[in-house]
Design a protein around this ligand. Sequence first.
Ligand SMILES: CC(=O)N[C@H]1[C@@H](OP(=O)(O)OP(=O)(O)OC[C@H]2O[C@@H](n3ccc(=O)[nH]c3=O)[C@H](O)[C@@H]2O)O[C@H](CO)[C@@H](O)[C@@H]1O[C@H](C)C(=O)N[C@@H](C)C(=O)N[C@H](CCC(=O)O)C(=O)O
Ligand SMILES: Nc1ncnc2c1ncn2[C@@H]1O[C@H](COP(=O)(O)OP(=O)(O)OP(=O)(O)O)[C@@H](O)[C@H]1O
Ligand SMILES: N[C@H](CCC[C@H](N)C(=O)O)C(=O)O
Ligand SMILES: [Mg+2]
Length: 489
Amino acid sequence: MRELKDILYKVPLTSSYGNMNSEVKGICFDSRKVKPGFVFIAVKGTVTDGHDYVDKAISLGASVVVCEKIPSTINENVTYVTVKDSALALGIISSNYFGNPSEKLKLTGVTGTNGKTTTVTLLYKLFSGLGYNVGMISTVENRIIDDVIPSTHTTPDPIQLNELLKKMVDSGCSHAFMEVSSHAVDQERIAGVKFAGAIFTNITHDHLDYHKTFENYIKAKKKYFDELSSDAFALVNADDKRGMVMLQNTKATKYTFGLKKMVDFKGKIVTNSIEGLELEIAGKNVWFQMIGDFNAYNILGIYGAAILLGEDSDEVLTQLSSLKGAPGRFELVLPGSKVTAIVDYAHTPDAVKNVLETIAQFRTGNEQVITVIGCGGNRDTTKRPLMASIACKLSDKVVLTSDNPRDEEPMAIIKDMQAGILPTEARKTIIIPDREEAIKTACMMAKEKDIILIAGKGHETYQEIKGIKHPFDDREVVARMIKLFSDNN
Ligand SMILES: CC(=O)N[C@H]1[C@@H](OP(=O)(O)OP(=O)(O)OC[C@H]2O[C@@H](n3ccc(=O)[nH]c3=O)[C@H](O)[C@@H]2O)O[C@H](CO)[C@@H](O)[C@@H]1O[C@H](C)C(=O)N[C@@H](C)C(=O)N[C@H](CCC(=O)O)C(=O)O
Ligand SMILES: Nc1ncnc2c1ncn2[C@@H]1O[C@H](COP(=O)(O)OP(=O)(O)OP(=O)(O)O)[C@@H](O)[C@H]1O
Ligand SMILES: N[C@H](CCC[C@H](N)C(=O)O)C(=O)O
Ligand SMILES: [Mg+2]
């Protein structure tokens, strides 16, 4: 039970009707989940408008309705509160309802097109290794110390988010690290959440289906930094074209990291191999188990954040050098096999380019690079030809297949991908819409020492087809196929 006026603290109200001194039993923004005594917050969405479900929420027992527009018929037993922006109100209400948990631990958020999961996972492992109780909110999974809670989004909705943060506080977590997606910023999922610090990794092409223009996408990321408080730190990758843009209007203390410019946390790549990276960092040469130049940036962001959170440089570097990357990120399957199979979550043009360029640095030139790649359905269609074009330029053979088709026809997605492939490169491609068959074919084609990249799904353990999530794990499939073909040889 909570007092209504407590959960409305700091919510900018425009008007109210009815009893404001009541108690509430719960909060909800989905009419289908309302229970008696709940507050229903009506939010405008991308598909429908929560305002259309106010009657349904009341019929299920909602005692308070928070909305942008009062319904034409009023129920005398219900309190109505109007606000200018109900998504913003939902964020603040959620934080209040769970006792503002983000103020009770040191919460660091990570935003950027690529590298968020890698960064939060490594920060979680680093701080756990330093002896703290740590929480994590990520695309792969959420964690409260050692308890794993399945994740449905990169950034959960405000109710789930604050509930998770509260559980972290109750379990004694002193630190938490979370991914902040551009969708979450735009939809105010993090409104009311207090951050000790924020990290910006990079911004490249993605999510134009949602944001419409690259400028809007940049603005969504920047809004996160604009809203940080003055006691927070804002740490950005200065080698990214938009790094400094993120800092333009923030009240937080500004810091930078990178490999190329004069920055607060600077690194230099000493060696880069399939075993890992050696970086010069804080005047020391340190070995890391992460692979690829792009991971040098992730390491610098992690190192910088740890120092800004008050940790000792030597201890941080010692811990960091022992850590492996996040699941499904440049993950070598069955290392030591005759063929090298790499599963990577690359699902943007920039990520596909980075991963294939990293592979190019290690290859001797005699082996073939075979890439298995698809693009997600119900997502940015403009990245499809770009991803296919990059895959063809940087591979010897490409198997075009399905990622998560969701509600789209697999062949229609593959056609969009083919539009980016030059006629001279089309001969490198094979089309196999069934992902398992595609992986099998890549393994069948591979000769000893060849490298197979399976891009796009990384850690995912399902394939989403027409609303159903079928069990599917690239790592399991490729391991099975490699074994099958090596047993047959
Ligand atoms: C496009 C998008 O982001 N959609 C998110 C959004 O839903 P929506 O705007 O479509 O909601 P809607 O269906 O229009 O409904 C509007 C409102 O009416 C309410 N409603 C609806 C029906 C009903 O019967 N009763 C009712 O009350 C809904 O609860 C909602 O409040 O708000 C929902 C609640 O927070 C999210 O679950 C949902 O995520 C969908 C499932 C999704 O797939 N999102 C992806 C794109 C996403 O958010 N991805 C980012 C990561 C991207 C990255 O890689 O960077 C993430 O953070 O996960
Ligand atoms: N710093 C980086 N710069 C560019 N590419 C990266 C970087 N870090 C990781 N990648 C590539 O991007 C892929 C996704 O990485 P990661 O899962 O860490 O990103 P994310 O930002 O969490 O993605 P999502 O938005 O889907 O949750 C990796 O598999 C790798 O190919
Ligand atoms: N967070 C990203 C993940 C994409 C993963 C890829 N496998 C796909 O399904 O497109 C999104 O929802 O756009
Ligand atoms: Mg992620």
